[in-house]
Design a protein around this ligand. Structure first.
Ligand code: ATP
Ligand code: MG
Length: 453
């Protein structure tokens, strides 16, 4: 390429973020913790495609929602004209897959998923165009017990991640009939206060009045606080379900507040709705939203099948993890291989493979454009890698069929260096790791991942 035709840099799409190595360990920690909690409650993972037919979301999410009205990345497949959409959430895809593969044929299923979601929103803190959700869908369960279980496993996740100050808000939105009776009174009430309604509320007055109760507009707060409460319209069955959830939460010491304005403006949601909310993230304080959607599966053409789920926004939780304190970046490896000379490099390759066979993570020093670098500069790299040991191969080591093993942890001056026969290096390092003291809970048969202890 000629000098004056410098290539233009291509950058990521607005609102879509790279997750760089410096943050990746937080994502791994979140995902590993969440996955193991799901497993401990008997949930199984499901992975569905990122792209689905547009009409799947229109039907599952509801036509008069923010998502379907204005946030979906939809496009026409240029090969065949199909109307497709990048998933804005994953309940629709999971429910489609459950029906397509008849997953509840043998009984109820506890499912979880994680992955990218796409919404064309105005990018801001905690609100991105590509973001990640971790979610669960429990399909085929009727009682309040599973609602409480979903809430409790969220709580366990916050605890395991060391996140405090996430509070639980709970409500019941009853069933369609109860909401229909409330809706008549609510619309009448809102019409009496039409002068206070903002443009968005006016637009929703007849399409989705429940969502108006959710408004963040300060000028409307007093008015919506006085509005007819859906909770007052619930019948005996809905109330019993709601009380069932609360009873289990109380018995397990899970604090919650009932927020009568917590709603889902979507017809297929019913009964329990909940949100986990924090004040530490500014305006985007909801880290997890969930609820029942008993009517949805029948709307999708399946047999009536109750279901309940939640979705959490991983970006917001990662931000909370960062705020909660320093989570040290794990070391890059256990052993860093330092070498000088062609034969020493060859021997280092052999040794590195043997160490990996023993379950250790090994980084082999690779030459930069300027050459392999001096021992001194390589040792600096070894230190920076966080490795517990450097294995050094030079001319002497090659000649004597040995390697030098230097312990990099511990106080300066106390770092021991030993010359070890080439064939004894793996055992030497494994022994040293195994003998590293009482405060170390190594699995001595299998040293893998001891760095994270
Ligand atoms: P909001 O009121 O913040 O727009 P929502 O009702 O659109 O939320 P849900 O569809 O219930 O959100 O999604 C569940 C969770 O996913 C949210 O509570 C949030 O943590 C996360 N989330 C939703 N949209 C985004 C986004 N654009 N960027 C990052 N996280 C998001
Ligand atoms: Mg939204």
């Amino acid at each position: 390429m000629s000098e004056n035709k410098k290539a233009e840099k291509i950058v990521a799409i607005k609102g879509m973020n790279d997750i760089l190595p410096a943050d990746a360990h937080l994502w791994e920690l979140f995902e590993n913790t969440a996955q193991s909690i799901m497993q401990s409650y008997g949930f199984q993972q499901i992975r569905t495609p990122i792209v689905e037919e547009t009409r799947l979301f229109a039907r599952a999410i509801g036509a008069v929602t923010d998502i379907v009205e204005k946030e979906m990345y939809s496009f026409t497949d240029s090969m065949n004209g199909d109307q497709l959409t990048l998933r804005p959430e994953n309940t629709a895809g999971v429910v489609r897959a459950v029906l397509e593969h008849n997953l509840v044929y043998e009984g109820p299923k506890r499912l979880w998923y994680k992955g990218q979601m796409f919404r064309h929103e105005k990018p801001q803190r905690g609100r991105y165009r590509q973001f990640h959700q971790f979610g669960a869908e429990a399909v085929g369960f009727t009682g309040p017990d599973i609602d409480a279980e979903l809430i409790m496993l969220c709580r366990r996740l916050w605890d395991d991640l060391g996140l405090q100050n996430i509070r639980l808000e709970l409500n019941s939105i009853g069933d369609a009939e109860e909401r229909a009776r409330h809706r008549v009174d609510l619309i009448a009430y809102l019409e009496q206060h039409e002068e206070i309604l903002d443009a968005e509320a006016k637009r929703r007055l007849h399409s989705n009045p429940l969502r108006i109760l959710d408004t963040k507009n300060p000028a409307m707060q007093d008015m919506v606080n006085q509005a007819p409460k859906l909770l007052d319209y619930l019948g005996a069955e809905s109330l019993a379900h709601f009380e069932g959830v609360q009873k289990i939460l109380k018995a397990n010491n899970i604090p919650f507040v009932i927020n009568t304005r917590l709603v889902r403006g979507i017809d297929y949601y019913n009964r329990t709705v909940f949100e986990w909310v924090t004040d530490e993230l500014g305006a985007q304080g909801t880290v997890c939203a969930g609820g029942r959607y008993d009517p949805l599966i029948e709307m999708f053409g399946g047999k009536p099948t109750p279901a309940v789920g939640f979705a959490m926004g991983i970006e917001r939780l990662i931000e909370l993890m960062k705020a909660a304190g320093d989570i040290a970046e794990p070391s890059q490896c256990d052993v860093y291989m330092v070498h000088q000379g062609e034969e020493a490099q060859m021997q280092s390759f052999v040794l590195a493979e043997r160490l990996r066979d023993a379950g250790l993570d090994v980084v082999l020093h690779c030459a930069a454009a300027t050459g392999p670098g001096s021992f001194k500069s390589q040792m600096k790299k070894a230190d920076a890698s966080g490795a517990a040991f450097a294995v050094i191969m030079g001319e002497d080591e090659v000649a004597n069929k040995t390697a030098s093993v230097k312990a990099l942890r511990g106080e300066e001056g106390e770092q021991q260096q030993a010359t070890v026969p080439f064939d004894g290096v793996v055992d030497h390092i494994v022994d040293q790791i195994a003998g590293c003291g009482d405060d170390c809970d190594h699995d001595h048969d299998h040293v893998h991942h001891h760095r994270f202890h």
